[in-house]
Write a protein that binds this ligand. Structure first.
Ligand SMILES: Cc1ncc(COP(=O)(O)O)c(C=O)c1O
Length: 467
């Protein structure tokens, strides 16, 4: 039996899919669905990811519906037993519309993979049941037991815990965490032959530090290492593969979904990687089974066409709020502001017309003030919701140090720049901008009045003590 059931090209040029109909043999099939014109080859990606996405193969429904049909089957039948054998030897595969089992390939999930590849300008993509399963499957595929990873110290808490606890314990894969703005530190941490992956977030969770993808990819490649970039915070805004990244990962649960109702992930990269992940004996996707449900794939594929519009509005509002917050004298962290240390870097890498991302952070100094602000923003002013996650149409806010980054030790948090009062905001686009800003100001005024009353009471108390 072949190691991989089949090596297929996932890239978008239309492989002219066929469908069997009764009476056909498996090889001579009738046209199943009409297809829009072919997209450019992967080497000719356009500059705007929205344009690339629109050029991805459009799948029509079984009855000519404008939306693709959902292929809900777990398993697929063949007309002749011999065909099954040919599928298992790798001769016939999904690229010719031959499917075996949905943990392996499902037509609906595969089509979402094509869209994700177009979004990220990669040769292939495979969609998974969560962002964490995309991250863990990709890393486990690329890093054998005992190997080494160099990673940014500013990462989502779950990824940080995977690298610092789970992978060393389960397969002796160890990680050196570095400040990725210090290129010498990155270069020095790479151990030639032993280090397999340089791992970063394009814009980090929660501190919004920006990875210099072109420079990091040059350093990685010079040392024979792959650059893996989690682009969850900046779909559309950044295209890391075009800047030199080898693999781009997503928590699709966030901006790409946009509805805060789905957990999903994606691995976008070269076809050889996805093919190796489907290997019958050694593939993490095939053997660990982080499979996406076809119904979920359908849902996500319906949302991708308006991702660019949503991202533009997230980014526009984040920029506007950050600018106004700064004007009020608040400690705001937003890479769109020119006082952000990575503003010029992000500007130089960003796709035109999208802005600087939909995430901003407010440093309220202490956790108590952060919580008080969030309380009033949600319960008094209805500005947004206290919740983890991001990319929703409502504003979501959380105090990162005590929530999504609580897996990190105090020292790790301090090295990553996560202060106890850091409020991370995923800026939504519901309501009008002015309505939301008025709500923000209302909550802030209450917090500042309470601060004033508190200071006044303390002063009164201390003067009372003195008398
Ligand atoms: C940057 C980043 N990557 C990955 C993940 C994990 O994604 P999921 O929750 O879809 O497993 C998260 C979740 O918050 C995240 O923020």
């Amino acid at each position: 039996m072949a190691e991989t059931m089949h090596s297929l090209s996932f890239s978008n040029p239309n492989p002219n899919p066929k469908k069997r109909s009764s009476g056909d043999d498996d090889g001579a099939a009738a046209e199943n669905h009409r297809s829009l014109p072919k997209k450019p080859s992967p080497t000719s990606w356009g500059s705007d990811p929205a344009g690339n996405l629109a050029n991805a193969r459009h799948e029509f429904g079984e009855h000519g519906g404008v939306n693709m049909s959902i292929e809900a089957s777990a398993t697929f039948t063949v007309m002749e037993p011999e065909t099954m054998h040919r599928m298992f030897t790798g001769e016939l595969g999904p690229d010719r519309d031959f499917f075996i089992y949905s943990r392996h390939f499902n037509p609906t999930v595969l089509n979402l993979g094509r869209q994700m590849a177009a979004l990220e300008s990669t040769e292939a993509a495979y969609c998974t049941s969560s962002g964490m399963s995309a991250i863990s499957s990709a890393l486990l595929q690329l890093c054998p037991a005992g190997s080494h990873i160099v990673a940014s110290r500013c990462l989502y808490g779950g990824t940080h815990a995977l690298l610092s606890h789970f992978l060393p314990r389960s397969c002796s894969i160890r990680t050196t965490f570095v400040d990725i703005s210090n290129i010498d530190e990155v270069r020095d941490a790479i151990r030639v032959g032993e280090t397999k992956v340089l791992y970063v977030e394009s814009v980090s969770n929660p501190t919004l530090t920006v990875a210099d993808v072109p420079t990091l990819s040059a350093v990685a490649h010079e040392k024979g290492v792959l650059l893996v970039v989690d682009n969850t915070f900046t779909p559309m805004v950044l295209s890391p593969a075009k800047l030199g990244a080898d693999v781009v990962l997503h928590s699709v649960s966030k901006f790409i979904s946009g509805g805060a109702d789905i957990i999903a992930g994606a691995i976008c990269g070269p076809a050889w990687l996805v093919n190796s992940m489907m290997d019958l004996h050694n593939g993490t996707l095939m053997l660990l089974g982080p499979t996406m449900n076809a119904k979920v794939a359908f849902e996500i594929s319906e949302r991708l066409p308006h991702l660019s519009i949503r991202m533009k509005e997230h980014c526009h509002r984040a920029m506007e709020f950050a600018t106004r917050m700064k004007r009020l004298g608040l400690r705001v962290i937003y890479p769109g502001l020119d006082d952000h240390p990575h503003h010029s870097l992000l500007k130089s890498m960003a796709n035109k017309g999208y802005g600087f991302g939909g995430m901003l952070c407010l440093d309220m100094g202490t956790e108590e003030r952060a919580n008080r602000l969030m309380h009033h923003l949600q319960n008094t002013a209805q500005f947004g919701l206290i919740a983890v996650s991001l990319g929703y149409y409502e504003t979501l806010m959380s105090c990162s140090g005590s929530s999504t980054s609580s897996e990190m030790s105090d020292e790790e948090k301090s090295l990553a720049g996560i202060s106890p009062g850091l409020v991370r905001m995923s800026v939504g686009y519901s309501g009008t901008l002015e309505q939301r800003w008025a709500q923000f100001e209302k909550a802030l005024t209450i917090v500042q009045q309470q601060d004033g009353n508190h200071a006044h009471a303390n002063n009164a108390f201390s003067s009372y003590g003195k008398n």
